[in-house]
Unconditional design. Sequence first.
Length: 180
Amino acid sequence: MVSLLFTFHFSLFTSCQAEAPVSRKYNCQLVFYYDQHPTSLLFAAARSAGAYVYVTSSGDGSSSFRHIYVTSNDGKTPREDNVISTEIEKRAACILGASNSIGIIVGMTNFNGLWAYDRSCPNCASLQAMDWTGNRQQVACPKCKRIYDLETGNIIDGEAGDALLRYFCSFDGTILHAWN
């Protein structure tokens, strides 16, 4: 009995420690300031389990005018347009994985904390932006039809393949940062 209990606790501990590695396939560097955009949907997603957002960007990262767009998984809220115009924001990195126009997915998982995923399908030869499924806790590739769970990043429907590309993400109440 003691041996069985020890095995159960040990396997539970090791399975919790075995998280998917952080991807280095594409560069991801996002710095987003709360004091510049306190009502952003991005910060709501960083605080609420099960809330996820797409983050995309337009404009030249070195130009004086850039936009960071945020789209909620709630299916109701219109896409948010955050104009990046202050000097501190202009100096901050904005490289969103495979493509700034495809972007990343940021959200608070129920069990694994705050993560960012690349929004491009890791299993298609061409860059494919994934879209929310009906339950909004998953994304689907329009090309290969695989469905990925945002809690784990794993494929839950479709052919076998690679899990979503994952990036570190943190929010300290002042700055949200996604990186690899």
